[in-house]
Design a protein around this ligand. Structure first.
Ligand SMILES: [Ca+2]
Ligand SMILES: [Ca+2]
Length: 271
């Protein structure tokens, strides 16, 4: 597995357009890269099985280690001040990025509605976390906000007939971008609670990344990566088995794509 990654790394150095592929992950759902270059990956293990979920990290030299293990079905990841926040089924956990020690940050009982399928997570500049609950993946989803004091509330509650099964989240100031599993991509204003549909057709929508005005969206069901640029939708990559929650690299020149069914992490050149 290391040899394989090393070979692909060498290969991609020779041919700048080739992707770097790491394999042998157990249902990778989400990925991000910290400012020091470390890549973090959540691995579900077997779905609905407790204890086999973990967070793996790849250091800038390409060394792969387990940061935290014994989780349930970890999914969305976000870093805030060297703490890694992770959705894990019906709780949000906080992981120390140095030693991997973790604990529950927002427990099931602190949510105003019982969480069903906590999925993506993002953070604003003040440290407020936004967490999607995809519910039954049809119409029972919600978005929660968790303040730095640990208070959990529902956001956009009056838009629950519009936002049905939120998966990908991306917060940018007062704006919250939401990719719904049903395929719609929304921009919500967190001050006015107004929601606008930007684009649609991303059936099985999963992750959102943003670089300037360009959005990158993944479809888990279609195995595709899209860009949305001023409303123009383009497929930039196809053929994944299940493209999950994507992220931009720290230099914003690469897109990190976990393929949950293939068990791979692809680092794709987007320059
Ligand atoms: Ca599991
Ligand atoms: Ca997701």
């Amino acid at each position: 597995m290391r040899l394989f990654a090393a070979f692909i790394l060498t290969f991609s150095t020779l041919f700048a357009f080739a992707d770097t592929v790491y394999d042998d992950f157990q249902m990778p759902e989400s990925v991000l890269q910290g400012n020091d270059g470390t890549i973090y990956i959540s691995e579900i293990g077997e779905r609905d099985v407790d204890g086999d979920g973990k967070i793996t990290k790849i250091d800038p030299q390409g060394n792969r280690t387990t940061l935290a293990q014994g989780l349930y079905d970890p999914k969305g990841l976000v870093l805030f001040k060297d703490k890694l926040f992770v959705t894990d089924r019906d709780v949000v956990i906080e992981v120390n990025t140095i030693d991997g020690a973790y604990g529950v940050y927002a427990g099931t009982m602190s949510f105003p509605k019982s969480p069903v399928f906590l999925n993506d997570i993002d953070v604003d500049e003040k440290g407020n976390l936004f967490v999607s609950d995809s519910g039954d993946f049809k119409s029972t989803g919600f978005v929660f906000k968790i303040t730095p004091a640990g208070e959990v509330s529902l956001v956009l509650e009056d838009q629950s007939d519009v936002i049905k099964a939120p998966n990908g989240l991306l917060v940018d100031g007062d704006k919250l971008f939401i990719l719904d599993w049903g395929g719609e991509f929304f921009k919500a204003n967190l001050k006015t609670n107004k929601v606008k549909k930007i684009a649609e057709g991303f059936t099985g929508g999963d992750g959102i990344a943003k670089n300037g005005k360009t959005f990158y969206l993944s479809s888990w069901l279609e195995g595709k990566i899209y860009t949305v640029d001023k409303g123009k939708v383009t497929v930039i990559k196809d053929g994944y088995e299940a493209a999950a929650d994507i992220a931009l690299s720290k230099n914003k020149d690469k897109l990190l794509v976990p393929d949950m069914k293939a068990g791979t992490l692809t680092i794709m050149d987007i320059k």
